[in-house]
Design a protein around this ligand. Structure first.
Ligand SMILES: C[S@@+](CC[C@H](N)C(=O)[O-])C[C@H]1O[C@@H](n2cnc3c(N)ncnc32)[C@H](O)[C@@H]1O
Length: 220
C-alpha cells in the first residue's frame, strides 16, 4: 500500500497515539526549537509534518510554519496558523532559499527517495538556515524490542529506509550543510546551510572533500 494511503488510514487515531500515548508533540517541539537556536519568528518548513502537532507548538514559540504532507487526511487535521501544503517532499512546491529552516521529524525513513528529499531541502533552505532531522536509527542486531517495533511499522506503513546518523551527516555535507549529531536517543541532527552552498552541491552520498570542503567547513 502506498505510504500516503497507509497514513490516511490511521489519521483518526494518529494524534491520540503520537501525543496522547507517546507525548510526542511538545517534547519534540522543544528539541527542534533548541536545535534551531530559538530564532526570532522564523519561517519554517515542516516536511512530512503529519497533523501538525509539532508545528502547533513551534507557532506558539513565534514561528511561521508551512507544513508539507503527502497524506490528505492528516493534512486536514492541521491546526489553525499552520499553512498546509499537499505534496511530495521529493518535489517541493517552494522557491530556492525561501525558508529560514526546516524540520523533518520521523519522516525520512518513510520516504521513497530520502536522498532526493534531502536535495530538495537543501534547495529551499536559505544559506545560514538550519535543518533539524529527528530520525529513527536502524534497530541494532541484539535489540529485540526495536526489531519488533520496526517489523510492526513495516506491516502498517510499508518499507522503511532507516539511515544511520553518520551516513545522514555525510549526505547533508554533500548537499552543502555543516551537520552536528546532537543526541543518541533515536537521533537528532542539526545542519546549518553553508554560505557557499549554491556552488557546493555535490552528488548526494558523496562527502565534500579536499580544500573546498575544508574551507566550507571552517566557514560554518
Ligand atoms: C511518522 S509520520 C511523522 C509525522 C510528523 N512529522 C510527526 O512528527 O508527527 C511520517 C509522515 O511522513 C509523511 N510522508 C511520507 N512520505 C512523504 C513524502 N514523500 N512527502 C511528504 N510527506 C511524506 C507521512 O504521510 C507521515 O505523515
Amino acid at each position: 500500500m502506498p505510504v500516503a494511503s497507509a497514513f490516511d488510514r490511521v489519521a483518526w487515531i494518529y494524534d491520540f497515539v503520537m501525543d496522547g500515548i507517546l507525548g510526542h508533540y511538545e517534547k519534540t517541539a522543544r528539541i527542534v526549537w533548541a536545535a534551531l537556536g530559538a530564532p526570532v519568528q522564523p519561517l519554517l518548513l515542516d516536511m512530512g509534518g503529519g497533523t501538525g502537532g509539532v508545528s502547533a507548538h513551534l507557532i506558539r514559540r513565534g514561528a511561521r510554519v508551512v507544513l508539507l504532507e503527502l497524506a490528505p487526511s492528516l493534512l486536514r487535521r492541521c491546526p489553525p496558523g499552520v499553512v498546509p501544503l499537499l505534496g511530495d517532499g521529493c518535489r517541493l512546491p517552494l522557491a530556492d532559499a525561501s525558508v529560514d529552516g526546516a524540520l523533518v521529524v520521523l519522516t525520512l525513513h518513510h520516504m521513497a527517495d530520502p536522498d532526493r528529499a534531502l536535495e530538495e531541502r537543501a534547495r529551499v533552505v536559505r544559506p545560514g538556515g538550519v535543518v533539524v532531522v529527528i530520525e529513527k536509527a536502524p534497530p541494532a542486531a541484539g535489540d529485540v524490542r526495536g526489531r519488533v517495533v520496526h517489523w510492526a511499522e513495516q506491516l502498517l506503513f510499508g518499507p522503511l529506509r532507516c539511515v544511520p546518523p553518520a551516513q545522514l551527516q555525510a549526505r547533508l555535507e554533500a548537499v552543502g550543510f555543516a551537520p552536528k549529531h546532537l543526541f543518541r536517543f533515536g537521533y537528532v541532527i542539526r545542519a546549518r546551510r553553508l554560505p557557499v552552498a549554491a556552488g557546493h552541491r555535490g552528488p548526494v552520498g558523496v562527502t565534500q572533500g579536499g580544500e573546498e570542503g575544508d574551507r566550507a567547513r571552517r566557514a560554518a
